[in-house]
Write a protein that binds this ligand. Structure first.
Ligand code: SF4
Ligand code: SF4
Length: 135
């Protein structure tokens, strides 16, 4: 299964780009990232996980967000946001067939997915369009 909110590290692919309104625009297809990309984001003052979303293999119990049964990130985000986004259309997404979040929470995951920013600072949590893996 694929993690749709992984760290920016070798093996990850670029899944989406954070827009000015804080939501994530998913790319038509995940893009491979190369050494030049890593160098560029390393030189930027804002962590790449705050500016982009990356996908990589879900490592289950090797991840601090794994709760023993599934991914705690999407479980929490769906609980917090699904009610306020019940009719939101599903975004086009190239990884749906293998996505851990979709397989766990179904369409509800996709309705809130673009509100998730992987690396979120405390002050963002109070902003309406932000959600966090740390919630
Ligand atoms: S448990 Fe969740 S956050 Fe962790 S690797 Fe799997 S999908 Fe990603
Ligand atoms: S939750 Fe849905 S929209 Fe988000 S990455 Fe997974 S399949 Fe794509």
């Amino acid at each position: 299964m694929a993690c749709p909110s992984s760290d920016c590290k070798p093996g990850a692919r670029l899944l989406g780009v954070r827009q000015d309104d804080g939501t994530i625009a998913l790319l038509p297809e995940p893009l491979s990232i190369d050494e030049a990309f890593f160098e560029k984001v390393a030189a930027h003052p804002v962590a790449p996980e705050r500016r982009f979303r990356f996908t990589n293999k879900c490592v289950k119990s090797g991840c601090g967000q794994w709760n023993g049964k599934g991914c705690g990130v999407i479980e929490n985000v769906v609980k917090l946001f699904a009610e306020s986004h019940p009719q939101a259309p599903l975004p086009h997404c190239a990884i749906r067939k293998t996505c851990r979040w979709y397989h766990q929470e179904g369409n509800d995951a996709c309705r809130v997915c673009t509100f998730v920013v992987t690396d979120v600072l405390e002050e963002d949590i109070n902003m309406p369009s932000r959600t966090a893996e740390t919630l």
